[in-house]
Ligand binder design. Structure first.
Ligand code: ADP
Ligand code: MG
Length: 325
């Protein structure tokens, strides 16, 4: 039974790679790391009711459980190669539901993995409360990984794509909105099927001084870069890139707060020495996601936010403090 499930996952995610000497089926996978590269390794767990709502489509869960991990590799400037999958399925699921769930899950996982030529090389399948852990491995030329600790005073702070869409999508879902409106559907899509910025991460190697993916919200994640680099940052609300869907469906204050503190966008936030800013912008524009300068790195600590009226947003007015900023 469990064997048949694993076999179904294996078939649906099949990806031939010469560096996979032994994949799913033995006690461990055998993988060949190319010479001269460092292996970037990351793992994220999604638990039902905590990281995704009850009733999330299995396809979306398969996609997202890989996407959040590929986003971590993107933030390191790593090229994805392999993944491991731990799937915990509820005891109460009947056999037919279990098979349908696993098939859809594997199809969602594969839809994102296949274009990256990422191979699923092993995992574990157990019974318990619905949860998914994915571990990913990627390659980065030795010494070239993007880290959180390289931001320097005077660097520009940029983000890829647009911010706040996923959190806005979640608020629409919670409000019971039917995503019949194309703009609402676009926001919900950002939440359900985030696009990890892998190509952007690769393009930023040798260009960005520091990088992080925006999973917990811009303020929280940029604060991690500041802490790791021993610097502060100043950003301007007026420069925050926001989609027309977000600006159409929400008022200015809500759109601002989603962009500052909403999670789940999986854009890249990175710093670049001023003289190379135009190069970074042009490079990400060519890739389609674009990049926007939102502020700069300064001496000190923490993130300060200048509102549209030019005044600093006071901590007391930060409705988003509970997000951990
Ligand atoms: P073991 O008991 O030796 O750990 P398992 O029965 O758990 O073996 O797994 C058998 C094979 O199937 C192993 O190669 C394992 O990596 C793979 N596998 C198990 N579950 C999954 C999964 N959810 N996705 C991918 N591979 C899996
Ligand atoms: Mg096992």
């Amino acid at each position: 039974m469990e064997f048949r499930l694993i076999e179904r996952i294996r078939e649906r995610t099949a990806q031939a790679r010469e560096d996979v000497h032994l994949g799913i089926g033995d006690d461990a996978a055998l993988l060949a790391v190319p010479a001269g590269v460092e292996l970037a390794a990351a793992l994220d767990t999604l638990v039902q009711g905590v990281h995704f709502p009850v009733g999330t489509a299995a396809f979306d869960l398969g996609w997202k459980s890989l996407a959040v991990n590929l986003s971590d590799l993107a933030a390191m400037g790593a090229q994805p190669a392999w993944a491991l999958l731990a799937l915990t399925l509820p005891e109460a699921m009947d056999a037919a539901t279990r098979v349908a769930f696993v098939d859809d899950f594997a199809d969602g996982f594969a839809a994102l993995a296949r274009p990256q030529r990422l191979a699923l090389v092993g995992g574990d399948t157990t019974r318990g409360p619905l949860a998914v852990s994915v571990a990913v491995h990627g390659f980065v030329p030795a010494g070239q990984a993007l880290t959180r600790s390289g931001a320097r005073v005077g660097d520009a702070v940029l983000v890829s794509g647009t911010l706040g869409d996923a959190a806005a999508g979640l608020s629409l879902l919670r409000g019971g909105a039917r995503a019949s409106d194309a703009r609402a559907a676009a926001l919900v899509e950002r939440l359900a099927r985030p696009q990890p910025r892998i190509a952007a991460g690769l393009a930023l190697r040798g260009l960005a001084s520091a990088c992080i993916d925006v999973s917990d919200g811009l303020l929280a994640d940029l604060a991690h870069v500041c802490a790791a680099s021993g610097v502060g940052a100043e950003i301007d609300v007026v420069h925050l890139p926001r989609s027309s869907a977000l600006l159409d469906l929400f008022d200015d204050a809500a759109a601002r707060d989603f962009a500052l503190a909403g999670g789940d966008d999986y854009e890249l936030c990175f710093t670049v020495p001023e003289p190379r800013m135009a190069e970074a912008e042009a490079s990400l524009a060519r890739l389609g996601c674009g990049a926007t300068r939102i502020g700069c790195i300064v001496e000190g600590a923490g993130v300060r936010v200048r509102d549209v009226d030019g005044a600093w947003l006071e901590p007391a007015r930060r409705g988003w403090d509970h997000f951990g900023a």
